[in-house]
Unconditional design. Structure first.
Length: 259
């Protein structure tokens, strides 16, 4: 929503009206939304995808018809359209590295879906950080994908039932980690004394819980500005070459990882 707010403000200043459609993690609904915008003959589309593979045929068709698409945050691995994304791999690596340097060795990862690029890039950063410090990858510490707070609660509850030792939790996203945090605290675990927690994609929500949560925060305003710049450039020149813009996030240290 923060991205949408910034993008709307920018685009409206340049005379564009903005239509918003949500897909609720459903690739079929995403397809319908794109087809609706195609029928409305929009000038261009900003999109954060549900799945990195399922609707590529639709993206190609729409772009082929002269409607530019710019992908943001959740992007693809093909170079037919401009994209603006966080360097998920390196920021995940840095976050896990920071946990290890603070003394953590049994780090749980609440994974993201494998069908979105962010999911496996963040998992890859987690694994490579462990490897750098010669810590063996333990698949029992990688929990099933979770996006919502309810999903985070569910996967953490199932994990705690197995009594596997751990000293930190690294979440794919903020909402899933908050759900996991609630279960941990209900089970009597102290954060950060018993386990440190942190996540990617942090927002102001990380400051509204106790303890506050250490997170990698995305440069949302910059992402929106770059995405809008690219979209308007493609609208003005349909022959403009695609660009892949990679942004760096920032690790914000808070109470949940305090030594």
């Amino acid at each position: 929503m923060t991205f949408i707010d910034h993008a709307q403000t920018i685009l409206r200043k340049h005379g564009y009206n903005v239509l918003i459609a949500t897909s609720n993690e459903n690739a079929d609904q995403e397809r319908l939304n794109i087809e609706m915008m195609e029928k409305c003959m929009v000038d261009g589309i900003l999109i954060s995808v549900c799945d990195k593979e399922k609707n590529i045929d639709v993206y190609r068709r729409v772009i082929g018809r002269g409607i530019p698409m710019v992908f943001f945050d959740r992007t693809l691995e093909w170079g037919d359209a401009s994209q603006v994304r966080l360097d998920d791999y390196i920021m995940s690596f840095f976050m896990v590295e920071q946990l290890i340097r603070s003394g953590c060795k049994r780090i749980v990862h609440i994974a993201g879906p494998a069908h979105i690029r962010n999911g496996y890039e963040r998992l890859r950063g987690y694994r490579d950080a462990l490897e750098k410090f010669h810590i063996a990858y333990d698949k029992t510490l990688v929990l099933p994908p979770a996006l919502s707070a309810d999903e985070g609660s569910f996967v953490m509850s199932a994990f705690l039932d197995r009594n596997i030792p751990f000293d930190a939790v690294f979440g794919f996203t903020e909402t899933a980690l908050i759900g996991a945090k609630n279960i941990m605290q209900k089970r009597g675990l102290r954060i950060p004394a018993d386990a440190r927690i942190c996540c990617m994609s942090g927002t102001a929500l990380c400051t509204l819980v106790f303890p506050t949560i250490t997170a990698v925060e995305q440069p949302i305003e910059q992402m929106a500005a770059e995405a809008c710049r690219l979209l308007m450039a493609h609208v003005a020149d349909c022959a403009k070459c695609a660009e892949d813009i990679v942004l760096r996030g920032e690790i914000i240290d808070r109470e949940s990882t305090a030594v």
